[in-house]
Design a protein around this ligand. Structure first.
Ligand SMILES: C[S@@+](CC[C@H](N)C(=O)[O-])C[C@H]1O[C@@H](n2cnc3c(N)ncnc32)[C@H](O)[C@@H]1O
Length: 247
């Protein structure tokens, strides 16, 4: 994706980041979602790494009687393709799908239903609007946490804080984390008209590979995959991580 590389690096964080990001995604959601269809395959490839561990294909799965997995998706966008795929492949699953953008969540509800019922009768989703930094869960309560192209919108210090929280929320020994980060260390990258959208002001940051890895390990997460991958569509570099919560 084109986020960090086409944006201008800035020495400082701008003001009102969250309100501006929300306003931008509310305005550009249809343009972003159409543009990113070409990036679906990389998401689904990494997603399979964790769905295969959470619900192995050879498991004796009686979806109606199995207990629902509990999954958190950070910055779920319009719910396609990831939330949709989770509802099916992890059934039964309960997903808390969070996003700061009202427009994105409206599109998600339209596509998947108020609680995912357009996709599954055994799995459910709660759409939770707001800053992911306001989320709270009991310790050791989640089977998986995912964040596709979303944690990158937090300032560096908040990225550290949310990774530490994720480590506490995941179930020791079994919990899994999947997300992508900027390939580069950057305090603040800004695009004024991202995707050529007049209302497409956008902000990203990155801790860099070494600090992201160290933060994850400090949060009790063991790296299973930690890989820099050049995006096939426009050549931006992302750091993809799959990690498991240690026992
Ligand atoms: C690049 S889009 C990715 C959407 C989706 N995960 C996907 O892969 O297509 C980033 C999403 O994160 C959301 N977002 C940005 N900052 C956020 C925050 N602080 N809390 C929750 N969601 C946020 C945006 O509204 C947007 O829907």
């Amino acid at each position: 994706m084109s986020e960090p590389t086409k944006a201008a690096s800035q020495p400082d964080e701008p003001q009102n980041i969250k309100a501006r990001i929300k306003a931008s995604y509310d305005a550009i959601a249809p343009a972003y979602n159409a543009w990113t269809v070409d990036h679906f395959s990389v998401r689904l490839r990494y997603l399979k790494e964790i769905t295969d561990q959470l619900r192995p294909a050879n498991a004796n799965s009686d979806a109606a009687s199995a207990s629902p997995l509990r999954v958190l998706e950070l910055g779920c966008g319009a719910g396609v393709p990831v939330t949709e795929k989770l509802l099916v492949d992890l059934a039964p699953v309960h997903i808390t799908a969070n996003d700061i953008s009202t427009g994105q969540l409206d599109l998600a509800r339209e596509a998947l239903g108020e609680h995912g019922e357009k996709i599954s009768t055994v799995s459910t989703v709660d759409w939770v609007e707001g800053d992911m930094m306001a989320l709270q869960f009991p310790d050791a309560s989640l089977d998986a946490v995912l964040g596709f192209y979303s944690v990158i919108h937090l300032p560096q210090e908040e990225q550290i804080t949310i990774l530490e929280r994720i480590g506490r929320w995941l179930k020791p020994g079994t919990g899994l984390f999947l997300a992508n980060f900027s390939g580069d260390e950057m305090k603040s990258a800004i695009a004024e008209t991202w995707l050529d959208q007049e209302k497409g002001w956008m902000y990203w940051s990155g801790l860099g590979v070494a600090k992201t890895e160290a933060t994850l390990q400090g949060a009790g997460l063991k790296l299973e995959t930690s890989k820099l991958e050049k995006d096939t569509v426009d050549g931006a570099m992302f750091h993809w991580v799959v990690a498991s919560r240690t026992a």
